[in-house]
Design a protein around this ligand. Structure first.
Ligand SMILES: [Zn+2]
Length: 488
């Protein structure tokens, strides 16, 4: 059963926010994961949303800096509820190329594994295990990533079968570590590069599937009366679009290869679980826009913001306005400017007036649609409208910066804009629109066009499983799915 009108209701359409929303059925304002990263006002530096120095990484062939956990996730997930309702007997696992794509789907009670592009290993953390699980140690010891040493990403099919065959070499595409802009893409231009380049190609998803197979061999999924949850996030689509654009020949080939990888996944699942016992839900953490140059060629106002230059110019504007030598903007992390609040106070200025001046300076530039101050968000004094509602749904008093900005549709804005061909992260339809498919034993093929929300997935699964809804869930049960799945 395919749902065609599926829209996130939050503004910052990024990986962490989307995955947390999918599995909690809650808004970011409720589950707390309002961005991939933000500026920590106490430490005065950026922090990643899954950073947790107290939970070191496990599984890599050499010691790794940093630790990760879901500690900042404030709501329970569908996996947490399933685990609790089964007295911990349900298997809840999540696998992804990205740490954020595994950690939030695994929730608090599950186990997460993700790819580490410093070593080429799949890793987990001390949050989940005391020591490296044997299946993971064996998987990494075989060094599957080294199959891509001297590897090349070539077209899967003859060039004549592609829509975009004639548009391979586009000057705005961003090469990464020797991958280049055109087929065939070499994975290893300098020794060892394949470890980093592989996740930016469809082979990253192939590696993810390989780990899933190892996990299925190691754990008894679907072998008893208790339902299990396996969350898999195939992330190469995101990387390929960032480097080459969603309308590139690379993205087209990636989708053909992802289709093949998914076929391999279904084969692996159906080889171990009875078809009538399997329920598959397919969705995504966010959508994405076309490349600015492509939009511009069609006469649409589009371009990219240079983030570093933007921060400098806006700091200059604040200096001119307030006549002081302070650099009031401490940082920009998508989608917020963060003020050095101590510096503002030291100068005897009202924080709100500096926020307002910054918002005005942003809106005086091309390519911005909205700039909302934290003061207005705290006071709940915003105009009505769906985009403002999406910002409110994405707000957290500690994790949202002083001025929340929204670029115009088509204008690329990122925490660091270097190396990006496209970027998602806006509340516009191209970023909030995602696919949704339920496929399983009794669910018929059918197309549903009424608008639904990705939050509905977790509450629908709770209904089907007969377990409580996740703690902060605000989605609605998809009655079409429940009626079909519970039919006698
Ligand atoms: Zn992305």
């Amino acid at each position: 059963m395919r749902f065609d009108s599926v829209f996130f209701a939050h503004a910052l359409t990024e990986t962490a926010v989307g995955h947390a929303t999918l599995f909690t059925g809650a808004q970011p304002v409720a589950h707390g994961i309002v961005g991939n990263e933000w500026y920590d006002l106490v430490q005065k530096r950026r922090r990643g949303v899954v950073d947790d120095a107290s939970r070191r990484l496990l599984g890599a062939s050499s010691p790794l800096e940093g630790g990760l956990s879901p500690a900042l996730l404030r709501a329970s997930t569908i996996g947490d509820e399933l685990s609790r309702a089964s007295g911990g007997r349900a298997l809840v696992y999540a696998v992804s190329l990205k740490e954020r794509g595994a950690i939030f789907p695994a929730g608090h009670a599950g186990k997460a594994f993700w790819y580490d592009d410093r070593t080429g290993d799949f890793v987990t953390s001390e949050y989940y295990f005391l020591e490296v699980p044997p299946f993971l140690a064996a998987f990494n010891a075989a060094r599957p990533v080294d199959r891509y040493k001297n590897g090349v990403w070539a077209l899967l099919r003859p060039a004549s079968e592609y829509l975009h065959a004639k548009e391979d070499d586009r000057p705005f595409e961003q090469s990464y570590r020797g991958l280049g802009r055109t087929f065939p893409h070499p994975l290893e231009s300098t020794p060892g590069d394949h470890v980093r380049t592989v996740k930016r190609t469809p082979f990253g998803d192939e590696l993810t599937l390989e780990l899933v197979r190892a996990l299925l061999d190691s754990e008894a999924f679907g072998r008893d009366e208790i339902p299990d949850l396996l969350a898999i996030s195939f992330s190469a689509t995101d990387y390929v679009a960032h480097h080459f654009g969603p309308e590139s020949l690379e993205a087209e080939d990636n989708l053909l290869r992802l289709d093949r990888t998914m076929a391999g996944l279904f084969e692996a699942l159906l080889g171990r679980v009875r078809r009538e016992d399997l329920l598959v839900v397919l969705s995504a953490d966010h959508g994405g826009p076309e490349t600015p140059e492509v939009l511009r060629a069609r006469g649409i106002d589009a371009d990219r913001h240079d983030t570093a230059a933007l921060v400098k110019e806006l700091n200059d504007a604040l200096e001119t306005r307030f006549g002081t030598e302070s650099r009031f903007i401490a940082d920009f992390t998508l989608p917020c400017f963060w003020l050095d609040e101590d510096a503002v106070r030291t100068r005897g200025l009202e924080l709100e007036s500096v926020e307002r001046a910054l918002a005005e300076a942003v809106l005086a530039r091309r390519g911005f649609a909205l700039a909302v101050t934290k003061s207005d968000l705290l006071r709940k004094s915003l105009p009505s409208g769906v985009v403002y509602e999406r910002i409110v749904a994405n707000f957290d008093r500690e994790r949202t910066g002083n001025v929340y900005v929204v670029p115009k549709s088509g204008w690329l804005l990122a925490t660091d804009s270097g190396g990006l061909t496209t970027m998602h992260g806006t509340p516009w339809d191209h970023d909030v629109h995602v696919p949704l498919v339920f496929w399983g034993a009794q669910i018929p093929a059918r197309r549903v066009t009424r608008p639904v929300d990705p939050r509905d997935i977790a509450v629908t699964l709770a209904e089907l499983l007969g377990v409580p809804r996740p703690s902060a869930a605000s989605g609605r049960v998809l009655e079409e799915v429940v009626a079909a799945a519970t039919r006698d």
